[in-house]
Design a protein around this ligand. Structure first.
Ligand SMILES: Cc1cc2nc3c(=O)[nH]c(=O)nc-3n(C[C@H](O)[C@H](O)[C@H](O)COP(=O)(O)O)c2cc1C
Length: 312
């Protein structure tokens, strides 16, 4: 898959995950083989007021992560253009969030609110495309609610604005994360557009990613929540879970500029999902330093049963 002039080495894409997609996490997904990384969504209001150094520190994108898509969220044209200018030197691709369901953002007419407002979405995307030589993309849902499934029309509008790829989460905004992902609409979107389309929703293994691409005809498959628990989901080979978690801690110590034990422990806790429930596991947030977090992981017993595989 190519997005504009950016070559994406394989079709497996790490989703933007607010509160999750920090540097060490993205790096671990990349080490395991992810073809394209998204940052978490970044508020255009916030990033557009930062200095160049402030933006570099905030994004904290490492050389090995590229290609990286920096995702913006916003609803005001001038601010989004400023945000595009602020991030473009660090990004390979710049994405607009057209799917966020958080009330604060929807109330400000950003994220998924734009799905039902083509008259607002069109000038935002056109302005972003004109503001940069980097490829601009958009991430949408299939509509606002089951009575307003307009994903194909929104996708067409997005392409007409000069956007170079589209990602579609196959649910409506009102579905949030529940219910089935709609493969039919994703397929219709792919059939209508000539730009690459990345399908998203409920992928928990590379096998399921391939099924999603086969059933929708889409060019790529994006993985969100499963990657939060298993950043090694991108790895076609079985891995040692404990080594992966220790590697995460190493990457966090070395590359995070926040150095927050709580943030590091959050990730360890998420990655322990497939370990048996125990008091010890629940206590991970009581651990006060990163070296102690590492010792805690070293002492854990591996979960019983066969090693996790990419098709698990
Ligand atoms: C904790 C969390 C944070 C998310 N943050 C973002 C975000 O910043 N931008 C965005 O476009 N989608 C965001 N999403 C949606 C995911 O990118 C993805 O579309 C959704 O989780 C469906 O994919 P999945 O079934 O693989 O998780 C978020 C989802 C979760 C669970």
């Amino acid at each position: 898959m190519n997005i504009g002039s950016v070559q994406i080495p394989n079709p497996y894409v790490l989703a933007p995950l607010a509160g999750v997609s920090e540097t060490a996490f993205r790096m671990l997904c990349k080490e395991n083989g992810a073809g394209l990384l998204y940052t978490q969504m970044i508020d255009a209001d916030v990033i557009s007021t930062k200095t160049r150094n402030g933006v570099a520190e905030f994004l904290n994108i490492q050389e090995m992560e590229h290609p990286v898509s920096v995702q913006l969220i916003g609803g005001e044209k001038q601010t989004l253009v400023k945000a595009v200018h602020a991030v473009e030197e660090f990004a390979d691709i710049i994405d607009l969030n057209v799917g966020c369901i958080e009330e604060d953002y929807v109330a400000r007419c950003t994220g998924s609110a734009l799905l039902s407002k083509p008259e607002l979405l069109e000038p935002l995307l056109s302005a972003m495309v004109s503001a940069t030589s980097k490829p601009v993309t958009a991430k949408i849902r299939i509509g606002s609610d089951p009575q307003h499934i307009n994903g194909v029309a929104v996708a067409q509008l997005v392409e007409d604005c000069g956007v170079q790829a589209l990602c579609v989460h196959g649910r409506t905004a009102s579905q949030q994360y529940a219910g089935r992902v709609n493969w039919t609409i994703m397929r219709q979107i792919k059939e209508r557009l000539s730009i690459p389309v990345i399908a998203n929703g409920d992928v928990t293994s590379l096998r399921k990613a391939q099924d999603l691409m086969k059933n929708t005809g889409c060019d790529g498959a994006m993985i969100g929540r499963e990657a939060m628990h298993r950043p090694w989901v991108f790895n076609p080979k079985p891995v040692d879970m404990k080594q992966q978690i220790l590697r995460y801690i190493d990457l966090y110590e070395r590359y995070s500029n926040r150095r927050s034990v709580v943030e590091c422990a959050d990730h360890v806790f998420w990655m322990l999902r497939d370990y048996p429930a125990s008091q010890e596991k629940k206590n991970v947030h009581l651990i006060g330093t990163i070296p102690r977090l590492r010792r805690f992981v070293l002492r854990l017993e591996e979960p019983a049963g066969p090693a996790e595989s990419a098709d698990g």
